[in-house]
Design a protein around this ligand. Structure first.
Ligand code: NG6
Ligand code: CA
Length: 504
């Protein structure tokens, strides 16, 4: 059959447009810090306005079983970037602010994968994966770091808001450091002559509830000691503006080619010191206000994508590095003003925990040109990102790369209702395993509670088995009624551990 030339042209044009809309989308990963399953409007929060995250959910696919790989920051980020569960490797626990880089240069990461595919890659925000290879020279070149493991550009804080050094690092240098006022960092001894939260509480504007009583920066005592670098010190209330500004700038400067931005928010991690314009917005004190500020940060990215007409062709993923915590070390009214807000939603536990709230987090994928809006119950995990991004850009992972990363791209794009069949949930003191609706936590001798944060950790010397289909709250341990299931899931966990990998 011969088609008239006009129809033929129209067909070719339509195919071209379809290809343009799906091939190599820009990718923005908005990664909140300690944002809980129940902290976002789209996940049922009533008290905290999160219009931008809710917009993402409305325009995208919202996952009800989206997981962070671990219940704390460093291991989650390690696993997300490398595709290897952090519990397989020593030295991937919560890193001090002077830790060396825990992902060695040469390793395949989501950033190297996308670099290979021709993306311009950038990271802005919280790093917390260590820097340097030995003792860090904070006053000189700080490397290796993000730039050596796949990021063309980086603007980061080394660790967390509550850890020194309280400065930003752009590529290999501290931003705004005056060479006449060098900076000194210590995670061992106090620095003589420098006030601390412990000895000088009268200098504090926010007091610690546990820990956090070492060097004082901006009237807030932190973890670790530092001295000097005055001109380079961050102002906590400006941090969200600074990071959002850098994120927007990265998009503005790089959108003429495919780009990948890892936008790692600090909010709502402690210390929660939102900008005054967010103070009081939630009615829940600084924790709620910091979530409003996190939502604003996400909104700045969305606005930029709209303004530059990039939204249609950009895959945005919003998630969190671990579950929520209310009192994480400062007396900031989070407990007192919580009211009926439940950061963990219907789940049990929270940050640090092997119960669901430790790792099951908000997880939203928006790609207007490709992903149909809706809700998905597929099990997906951030450790899958390397396999997913390799698949998305037509690459094959090396045999030993990303050993726990499953290609759940069809689930993320809404083409399939199923993701992985299982996920290992890692908290303080051990792991659990979810397979379908069974949730198993292997016996562990650690404390049952983090008494400081008032979180149930999920440690129990007896095996625990829950049927998530009967309720998300992990209330009834049915291990005694299902000894065969317990055996089967323990065997599976042992196998995953011994094999050193879990993907095919
Ligand atoms: C803990 C800190 C907590 C927080 C956490 C890391 C104390 C008592 N608690 O050790 O405040 O900083 O580490 O959080 O120091 S994370 O989200 O970066 O993993
Ligand atoms: Ca965190």
């Amino acid at each position: 059959m011969k088609l008239p030339a006009t129809i033929l042209l129209a067909l070719i044009f339509a195919a071209g447009v379809a290809r343009a809309a799906t091939a190599r989308p820009n990718i923005v990963l908005i990664y909140a810090d300690d944002l809980g399953y129940g902290d976002v409007g789209a996940y049922g929060a009533k008290r905290i306005p999160t219009p931008n995250m809710d917009r993402l959910a409305r325009e995208g696919l919202r996952f009800t079983s989206g997981y962070a790989p671990s219940a704390t920051c460093t291991p989650s980020r390690y696993a997300m970037l490398t595709g290897e569960y952090a519990w397989r490797q020593k030295g991937t626990g919560i890193a001090p602010g002077d830790a060396t880089l825990i992902i060695k240069p040469g390793r395949t990461t989501i950033a190297t994968i996308l670099q290979k595919a021709g993306y311009r890659t950038g990271v802005v925000g919280k790093w917390h994966l260590g820097l340097g290879a030995g003792k860090i020279d904070w006053n000189g070149e700080i490397k290796p770091g993000p730039n050596e493991i796949g990021f063309d550009e980086s603007f980061i804080m080394a660790a967390t808001g509550d850890r020194v050094p309280c400065v930003y690092v752009r590529n290999h240098r501290i931003v705004g450091l005056d060479p006449k006022d060098p900076i000194e960092v210590s995670y061992g001894r106090p620095i003589p002559g420098e006030p601390t939260g412990k000895d000088n509480p009268e200098l504090l504007r926010i007091h610690p509830s546990h820990g956090h009583d070492q060097s004082i920066v901006n009237g807030i005592s932190r973890i670790g000691y530092m001295k000097g670098g005055k001109a380079a010190l961050w102002k906590d209330e400006d941090m969200a503006d600074t990071f959002a500004g850098e994120a927007v700038k990265f998009i503005e400067q790089n959108h003429r080619q495919p780009f990948f931005l890892f936008f790692a928010l600090h909010d709502p991690h402690v210390p929660r010191v939102p900008h005054p314009r967010f103070a009081g917005q939630s009615g829940l004190g600084p924790r709620g206000d910091a979530i409003v500020q996190a939502d604003w940060s996400a909104g700045e990215v969305l606005k930029t994508l709209d303004r530059l007409k990039l939204a249609e062709h950009t895959l945005v993923i919003l998630s969190s590095d671990n579950g929520p915590v209310v009192d994480d070390g400062y007396r900031d009214d989070a407990v007192e003003k919580l009211g009926d807000h439940t950061p963990r939603g219907p789940l049990r536990g929270g940050k640090y925990s092997k119960f669901e709230a430790g790792t099951r987090v908000p997880f939203i994928v928006r790609w207007p040109g490709r992903v149909k809006p809706g809700v998905s119950d597929a099990i997906v995990c951030q450790v899958d990102f390397p396999a997913v991004l390799a698949a998305l850009t037509g690459q094959t992972l090396g045999a030993n790369d990303a050993p726990d990363s499953f290609n759940v791209l069809p689930a993320l794009l809404g083409d399939s209702k199923t993701g992985r069949d299982h996920v290992v949930e890692h908290g303080l003191g051990g792991v659990g395993l979810r397979v379908g609706n069974w949730k198993y936590i292997e016996p562990a001798s650690g404390p049952t509670m983090n008494v400081n944060t008032n979180t149930e950790l999920g440690n129990d010397p007896q095996p625990q088995l829950f049927d998530l289909g009967a309720g998300l709250g992990e209330k009834n341990n049915v291990a005694a009624q299902h000894p065969d299931k317990v055996k089967e899931l323990q065997a599976r966990l042992d196998q995953i551990r011994q094999a050193g990998r879990s993907r095919p």
